[in-house]
Design a protein around this ligand. Sequence first.
Ligand SMILES: [Cu+2]
Length: 154
Amino acid sequence: MMTSAEVTMARAYLFKAVPSLPANGMSVIGTIDFGLDGDFIGINGTIVGLTPGQHNFHVHQYGDMNHGCAAEGPIFNPTQINPNNYMSLAGNIGPVMANSNGVAYVNLQSSILTFNGQNSVIGRGLMVHEIVSNPNDFPGTPFGCGVIGIVNEK
Ligand SMILES: [Cu+2]
C-alpha cells in the first residue's frame, strides 16, 4: 500500500538550453523554489545570464529537458480550459524581469498550481524564454529549463 506524504517544498534548477542531452558542461542559470504560501504556491528564486528585460516564464507539461528544452512540450494546462487563451493557462506564471545585469529575482504566486492532484507541478518542466517584446505574444524561444522535483515533505 502506498502512503502519500504531503509535499511542502519543491525545486527546479534551470539549465541553459542545449541542442541534445546528455551534454557536457551544462550551466546552471537559476534555482527556483516552490513553497506553500497560505492558499497559494509561492515561487521564489533567481535566474542569471538573461538579456535585460522581460522574459516569459512557464511551467511546461513534461519534465524532459532535451532538444533545447522543446521536449518539455506545451505550457502546463491541466484543466484544458481556454487552451488558446495564453494568459489563462495555469502554467503561465511569469513573466520575470531581468535587470541591467541580466539577473531576474523571481517572487511569484499561483492560486492554481498545487503539489498534489491534477494541477501538481511535481515532475513538470520549468522554462524561462528568450526576451519577449510583448508577453502576450507567442512564448518565444527557450533560454533555459529544468524539472520541478520534491525537496521536502512531511
Ligand atoms: Cu514556456
